[in-house]
Design a binder for this molecule. Structure first.
Ligand code: 5AD
Ligand code: SF4
Length: 454
């Protein structure tokens, strides 16, 4: 029998869902690093396996259990060899279904929600002492951000920075207010410190994250409450920070200062993900979205007046309870009128415990399928058209990493489009003009000026 695995230990994290989960997974990595955990390439080699889950639509729990089924043999093998693999379930499924996970998969050592992962060292210590499995789905009074490590080593060229979490909007279809908790904004000083650290460690673009990011209202350095617009004006002063983005926004919270920031700040990218969900006022009301279709139109007008290059992205839900053909047509009309550069569209998915789940007028799955196909075909055409309109133009591209093929680079345009060009790997982290030569549905091909490419 071999000896129990000694350090260096390894952690493997699998992440589902939104950018916030990607951020959380990176931060979990930061939290366990001082305990000697280095990232594992392969689940089988890990001493700590964390599944960071998403609960936004159905099937999340099925996916989790199938993944747990895959990890179990590795955990057994490790134990047979005298080692130990700690298996943890984190994120929103953990928050919503913690007890059920422990019942169905008793070999899971730790279950914790999105607000408690800063306590990972204590949880790991408890499990290692064999005092039983850990279930930690509290909403602690002290926010986790105050306890996370300050340093964000190796953030990459584009880094995520969580500035706000949770949601008080209570859209009737959505689990987020229950799994992530009440709306909470970090202080401006803490955000600036993290942003400066990211830039020092190589980040050139920061994506400010929040479930309802433009509801941000953190304590400013002048003691006043700052909203997102003012925060962006301040972050734009960080030298070497070339790009700022933010997501996900709510139409209700697009205030004038934020719109003005799009006019004034060249580092703020002219691309906005602003979910509308539906183009029908009666559905928007049943969804408790707190805005009408015309409110959305007028916000888009203001944004396009402030920044004529603005490209838009949105989320849509089809087949919300009670959605008539007319309601659905109103969504199609709004899409045709506004035109989106990119979008995400979903069939309404019934989430137990949310108000919409109890609505009587649920829509037949087949009808949802038909509507989704129709909507997606229009959205796809708009995206392709938008991408094709780039051919012949010269766009600034921020290079993130070498692309799969030798001698190629991967970067993004200001509009979030993936761009591939031939160029040297030393250009990673640089923003350079690329002339777009070809466009597909999901990416662009371009070429650098000869002097730049070498
Ligand atoms: N069913 C379908 N889509 C949903 N979303 C959130 N909850 C549901 C649900 N119950 C979508 C919304 C949201 C995106 C993140 O996921 O469009 O903006
Ligand atoms: Fe969910 Fe609505 Fe809050 Fe977005 S605004 S997280 S859809 S409740």
């Amino acid at each position: 029998m071999s000896l129990p695995t000694q350090s260096p230990k390894k952690v493997f994290i699998k992440t589902w869902g939104c950018q916030m989960n990607v951020y959380d997974s990176q931060r979990m990595q930061d939290v366990v690093k001082p305990l000697g955990y280095a990232p594992a390439e392969d689940m089988a080699d890990a001493d700590l396996v964390i599944f960071n889950t998403c609960h936004i639509r159905e099937k999340a729990t099925d996916k989790l259990f199938s993944e747990l089924g895959r990890v179990r043999p590795h955990q057994k093998t490790k134990a047979e060899n005298g080692g130990r693999m700690i298996v943890a379930v984190a994120g929103c499924v953990a928050q919503a279904e913690g007890a059920e996970i422990q019942r169905r998969a008793p070999y899971v050592d730790m279950v914790f929600g999105p607000q408690t992962y800063h306590q990972l060292p204590e949880m790991i210590a408890r499990v290692s002492r064999n005092t039983g499995a850990v279930l930690n789905t509290e909403f602690p009074p002290e926010p986790k951000f105050d306890h996370l490590p300050q340093d964000r080593a190796n953030p990459g060229v584009t880094a995520f920075l969580s500035i706000q979490e949770g949601c008080d909007k209570f859209c009737t279809f959505c689990v987020v207010p229950y799994t992530r908790g009440a709306e909470y904004s970090r202080s401006v000083a803490a955000i600036i410190a993290e942003a400066e650290n990211l830039v020092q460690n190589g980040a050139r673009e920061i994506m400010l994250l929040g479930q309802n990011v433009n509801a941000f209202h953190g304590e400013g350095i002048d003691g006043q409450s700052w909203r997102l617009g003012r925060l962006i004006y301040r972050l734009a002063k960080i030298s070497r920070l070339k790009r700022i983005r933010y997501m996900t926004s709510h139409p209700r919270d697009m205030d004038d200062e934020l719109i003005a920031a799009h006019r004034d700040i060249p580092q703020l990218m002219p691309f906005l993900h602003l979910p509308v969900q539906s183009g029908s006022d009666s559905i928007l009301q049943a969804m408790n979205r707190k805005h009408t279709a015309d409110d959305y139109r007028s916000t888009i007008d203001k944004l396009r007046n402030a920044q004529p290059n603005m490209a838009l992205s949105s989320d849509f839900i089809v087949g919300f309870p009670g959605e008539t053909d007319e309601d659905f047509k109103a969504t199609l009309d709004l899409v045709r009128e506004i035109t989106f550069a990119q979008s995400f569209s979903f069939k309404y998915s019934c989430r137990p415990g949310t108000p919409a789940a109890a609505m009587q007028n649920q829509i037949d799955e087949k009808l949802k399928d038909t509507r989704l196909l129709e909507l997606q075909s229009i959205l796809r055409t708009q995206q392709e058209k938008f991408n094709h309109s780039m051919i012949g133009r010269t766009l600034p591209v921020l290079f993130e990493n070498p692309s799969g093929r030798e001698g190629m680079l991967f970067g993004r345009s200001p509009y979030m489009q993936a761009v591939r060009v031939a160029g040297s790997p030393r250009l990673v982290g640089e923003e350079l003009p690329a002339t777009i030569t070809d466009a597909g549905g999901n990416s662009l091909t371009g070429s650098l000026q000869l002097a730049d490419a070498a």
